[in-house]
Design a protein around this ligand. Structure first.
Ligand code: ATP
Ligand code: MG
Length: 360
């Protein structure tokens, strides 16, 4: 194994509110798989945050936590190289959340557009818990506990990441004496504890769902899951509406057809894709069924190796093997997060002693 400590760090993760889908793949997971050699990677299971919308479903959250790890492993994340982190067993994250909550004006959190969109999309109305907006503050701690340089996420996370960057700057200015006019890239060199992390948007910033309008989301029943069978993929794409009514042999509009969004995202054969688009635009005897068939093949080509890797964890003992991986990763993650917390407390004049965590 190569030396982790010399590499810049990455932190990103997923909330166990369901299984992973193609939106996660193009938005973030693909980048994680690609960057796991170059960076010291920490992938967080945000199981505490799952309670913000599913407090009454603890068993489902536990199941989804394990399923997401299976999704990661099948997608090509290697636990020997990357560190898998269980949020609820990293107490430094919860502690940092408190300190960071003091660095963010209440109204600043409540104006966060990602939270507003989620409240609408998930139909939370005005009855959501106090913990729901708090998760956006907690996410600053998820990230900064690992002092990463890079956070690979989908576009919907931009507002959250901006808040995290603000917290890093404010902490460094307030408690580490960094000049408030310093460039983001210079904060650590100028004595700051936290780097101001950069966002890395995936190849597709926001993949549309099979409903053709909302972003693909675990919570919106519009997702193609990484664990779907070939038959399920076929059925879901088959039911998609092409976004326009078009008579046979009439010109079609590639731009407003969500099936072509998938073709762009998943077809590797670019010459074939261009030809498909040309024929569709010309109304050249090419129905939506043709496009769908090409998309189904492309998606199944991506998912087939994942299905094969997943099979290793589907049998008896699969869950135990996953839990072992979670425990090993979380032990490693705690070493980093505890160090961050100790340094943060020192900067805040809270250095009354050091503690050790033990893990059973
Ligand atoms: P939920 O409905 O519970 O919010 P989600 O499907 O939005 O679930 P998250 O766990 O919130 O998934 O997001 C995990 C990561 O995947 C984030 O980096 C997010 O930006 C990215 N992501 C999620 N959906 C998409 C999408 N449709 N396109 C691109 N990236 C996405
Ligand atoms: Mg989300």
């Amino acid at each position: 194994m190569t030396d982790r400590s010399s590499k810049p760090r990455i932190l990103t993760g997923d909330t166990p509110t369901g299984r992973l889908h193609l939106g996660h793949w193009v938005g973030s997971v693909e980048n994680r798989v690609r960057l796991q050699d170059e960076y010291d990677c920490y992938f967080l299971l945000a199981n505490m945050h799952a309670f913000t919308t599913r407090a009454e479903q603890p068993a489902d959250i536990r199941r989804d936590t394990i399923e997401i790890v299976k999704d990661w492993l099948s997608a090509g994340i290697d636990p020997e190289r990357a560190t898998i982190v269980l949020q609820t067993e990293v107490p430094a994250i919860a502690e940092l959340s408190w300190y960071f909550a003091m660095l963010l004006p209440f109204n600043r959190v409540m104006r966060n557009p990602t939270l507003k969109t989620e409240i609408d999309a998930k139909g939370l109305g005005d009855t959501y818990s106090f913990g729901f907006p708090l998760y956006a503050v907690g996410q600053c701690a998820d990230i900064l506990a690992f002092r990463p340089e890079l956070v690979p996420v989908g576009e919907d996370q931009a507002a959250h990441l901006e808040m995290c960057r603000e917290v890093a700057r404010r902490f460094d200015v307030l408690y580490c004496g960094v000049d408030s006019h310093a460039e983001d890239d210079d904060f650590v060199d100028k004595g700051g504890l936290f780097p101001v992390p950069k966002m890395l948007i995936g190849r597709v910033a926001r993949l549309v769902g099979t409903d053709g309008s909302n972003k693909m989301s675990k919570s919106l029943d519009n997702a193609i899951f990484l664990s779907d069978t070939a038959k399920q993929v076929k059925k879901k794409i088959g039911k998609m509406y092409p976004g326009q009514s078009r008579e046979p042999d009439e010109p079609g509009n590639v731009e407003i057809n969500p099936i072509f969004e998938y073709a762009d995202a998943f077809m590797k054969d670019t010459a074939g894709l261009d030809e498909l688009k040309d024929r569709y635009r010309r109304g050249d005897n090419l129905g939506d069924g043709h496009v769908k068939a090409a998309v189904i093949d492309a998606i199944n080509e991506l998912l087939e190796p994942m299905r094969e890797r997943r099979a290793e964890f589907e049998g008896p003992g699969g869950d135990d093997a996953v839990i072992d991986i979670i425990r090993q990763g979380t032990a490693r993650a705690n070493a980093v997060a505890e160090e961050t917390l100790a340094l943060a407390k020192e900067a805040m004049s809270l250095d009354f002693g050091r503690r050790d965590l033990s893990w059973r």
